[in-house]
Design a protein around this ligand. Structure first.
Ligand SMILES: Cc1ncc(COP(=O)(O)O)c(C=O)c1O
Length: 324
């Protein structure tokens, strides 16, 4: 698997730490737990999008882009990391954000990721629905603009998580761990797809569990396979089988971005056992699935922490009411 042929910009600090979480494992009564800290990779408050953006922006710059346009919900972490990367690279950033989560109030609408988007110099277009989003996009798109999909999720973006799989399997190897289950949040899909493809191409014997935070398990699984197949084609590889991958959706609750009591409980659990902060939208809901499956297995479990801390502050009133 040769990733060196793809244009790439340096955004994060790699490798990210792989940390033991013995107090969390003890609280769960599970085999050893490890946390892969992709939340502490540097630029713009960090998170999983930096790995994708290294490939996506590498290609955009090679294509002569001076502007990057991308999409998301109001509290998109992808948008915030794209804005930070554009600031670092001297690119103009246009964020077209759609109000698709039933949350309101100053914290959600202005704080968290949104205030950071502005600080990083992005132009933020807040749209009420799909029609407004399409109109805003038409207005700002131009010849030297490159458009990135929601979440940076396409085959090229997924290569960032193929690279992450190589890094993680190497770290597990160094610890003498040759079999494990990796639990990963699944939103737009390329993170889980990259991990799934990378581990399969390595012939790694472990399992990957993708916990959807937005789509039905069936849709998320279809998307994961499509993205992994697209990424495999870029690498000159056939469509992967992904027999080691499971996708679930039963920790979403009422909907994407809508907090659940279990999510708050698990945020507290990670915080008070390991001092690790999860976010309410992605890692929190995936960790509810992690808490369920970790004690059931007999191999180590790796929780892939994909970041999202700024998003936590978008939910500050709810968090304060719960934890004060
Ligand atoms: C913190 C965090 N975790 C996980 C994800 C999900 O990653 P993906 O969209 O690649 O499925 C996202 C996506 O926005 C995210 O911001």
């Amino acid at each position: 698997m040769d990733l060196s042929a793809f244009p790439r910009v340096a955004l994060g600090s790699w490798p990210t730490p792989l940390e033991d979480a013995p107090r969390l494992a003890a609280a769960l009564g599970s085999p050893p737990v490890l946390i892969k800290r992709d939340d502490v990779n540097g630029l713009g408050a960090g998170g999983n999008k930096l790995r994708k953006l290294e490939f996506l922006l590498g290609r955009a710059i090679e294509d002569g882009a001076d502007t990057i346009i991308t999409f998301g919900a109001l509290q998109t972490n992808h948008g915030r990391q794209t804005a930070a990367a554009c600031a670092k690279l001297g690119l103009k950033c246009e964020l077209v954000l759609t109000a698709k989560v039933p949350m309101a109030g100053d914290a959600y609408e202005r704080s968290g990721n949104v205030v950071l988007d502005h600080m990083f110099g992005a132009t933020v277009h807040v749209c009420a629905d799909a029609d407004e989003t399409a109109a805003a996009y038409e207005r700002i798109n131009h010849d030297k603009a490159v458009t990135l999909p929601v979440g940076g999720s396409n085959g090229l973006g997924a290569l960032g998580y193929v690279a992450a799989a190589v890094e993680l399997v190497g770290q597990l190897d160094e610890r003498g761990i040759d079999d494990a289950t990796i639990v990963v949040p699944d939103g737009s899909g390329a993170t889980a797809a990259g991990v799934a493809l990378g581990t399969e191409l390595l012939g790694w014997p472990g399992k990957v569990h993708a916990a959807s935070v937005s789509h039905t398990a069936q849709d998320a699984e279809q998307e994961l396979h499509a993205l992994a197949t697209e990424a495999a084609a870029l690498l000159g590889e056939p469509a992967p089988k992904l027999a080691h991958v499971t996708v679930t959706d039963d920790t979403i609750g009422p909907g994407y971005g809508v907090p659940t009591p279990e999510m708050w409980d698990v945020l507290k659990l990670f915080a008070e056992t390991e001092g690790v902060v999860l976010d309410p939208v992605y890692t929190g809901k995936a960790a509810v699935k992690f808490r369920e499956i970790a004690p059931r297995g007999d191999v180590p479990v790796v929780f892939l922490h994909t970041g999202g801390l700024p998003g936590f502050y978008g939910y500050a009133p709810e968090a304060v009411a719960r934890f004060r």
